[in-house]
Design a protein around this ligand. Sequence first.
Ligand SMILES: Nc1nc2c(ncn2[C@@H]2O[C@H](COP(=O)(O)OP(=O)(O)OP(=O)(O)O)[C@@H](O)[C@H]2O)c(=O)[nH]1
Ligand SMILES: [Mg+2]
Length: 341
Amino acid sequence: MNFQYLTPVIRGKTLLDLAFGKAREKGVEKKLSGEWIDIIRKKKGLKLDVVKDMLVPKLRKTLDNFPKTKELPEFYIKLMNLTLDIALYQKSLGSLDWAADKVSFFHREYSRKMGRAQEREKMKEYSNQFYGRVSSVIKQVEKNLSYLEEARKIMRTYPDIKEMFTVCVYGFPNVGKTTLLNRLTGTEAETAAYAFTTKTINAGYFMINEDKVQVLDVPGSLARPEKMNNIERQADLVMRELATIIIFVFDLSGYSGYSIKKQDLLYRQLGKEKKVLVYLSKVDLTAQEVLDEFKDRHYSVDELKQEIGKDAEKKREEMPKIPVEETAEETLPDLEEEMLD
Ligand SMILES: Nc1nc2c(ncn2[C@@H]2O[C@H](COP(=O)(O)OP(=O)(O)OP(=O)(O)O)[C@@H](O)[C@H]2O)c(=O)[nH]1
Ligand SMILES: [Mg+2]
C-alpha cells in the first residue's frame, strides 16, 4: 500500500466558493432565447446544475481517494488505530457520501420546483433556498473534511510495506538505528543527534544473493511496556507483526543519553520468540574497555547481511512450490490425447 499520493482534501469554504463562483460565471455567459420568464428559469436551473456538478464529483473523489478500512491489510488497520481516531475517520468518509447524496437530492427537488415556477420572485426564492441548503450541508461536513486532511498528513507518513522477508531495526532513541538502515540499504532517511528523530517507519531494501530483504527502521523505544507512547507502539507493532528478524542496536558510547543497563533491559524484553541480531553503533566513539566488556555476540553491517541472507534463503526454500506436472503446459498434451481417444 502506498499512501504517499493521497491528494489534499479541499475544504468546505473552498468547495462552496468554487461551486458558487462557477454558477455565477455560467449565468452570465449563457445566451438563451425565448420568453424572458423562460430565460430566467433556464438560467436559474443551469446554475443549480453547475453547483451540483461541481460539488458532488469533488465530494465523491475525496471519498474515493481514501482507502476504506475493510480493504486494508490488518497491519495498516493496527497502525491507523495507533495514529488516528479510526472511528472518526470512518464517520468522516461516511459523511462525504451523505453530503454528496444530500446535494443531489436538493438539486432534484429544487430543479423540479424551478421548472414549475411562474414568477420571477419564486424562482429567486428557490435559488436562494437551494444555495442555503447546500451551504448548510457542506458546513455540516466541514469538521469531517478537516479531520480527513489531518488524517491524510499522518497517513502519508505510513510506510509502503511489501510482503517479503522483513527485518526490523530496534533499540532506544538516538542510538543510531536510522544510520544503520541507511548503511544497510543505501536510503537517506533523516538522522539527528536527538531522541525521537524518527516519528514513523522508514523502509529500505537490500539484495543478498537471490533474496530481496525489507528493512524497517522504527522510532526509538524506551524499556517501559506499560506506558508506551504512540510512537513507541508503532515500533512495537512492526517488531511483533512484520519482522522475522530483529536487529537490536546497542549504543555503548554514552552519546545517546541512555545507559547500557537501560538498553539491556529493552534487549532482554524482546524474549526468544524471534531471532535477534545485535549491532553495536558508534564504536568509533566507544572506549575500548567498554567494548571489551560487552559479551553478547554482535555483528558488523556485512555480517548482518550475510546472517539475514541465510534466513531469507531458508524461508524462500521452505515456500511451497507448485509441482511441475500440475502446471498448465504439462497437463495440456494429456487433455489433447484424451480428446483424440
Ligand atoms: N560517530 C558516530 N555517530 C553515529 C553513528 N551512528 C549514529 N550516529 C549519530 O548518532 C545520532 C543518532 O543517530 P540516528 O540514526 O538518528 O539514531 P536513531 O536511533 O535512528 O534515533 P531516533 O530515530 O531518534 O530513535 C546522529 O547524530 C548520528 O549521526 C556511528 O556509528 N558513529
Ligand atoms: Mg531514527
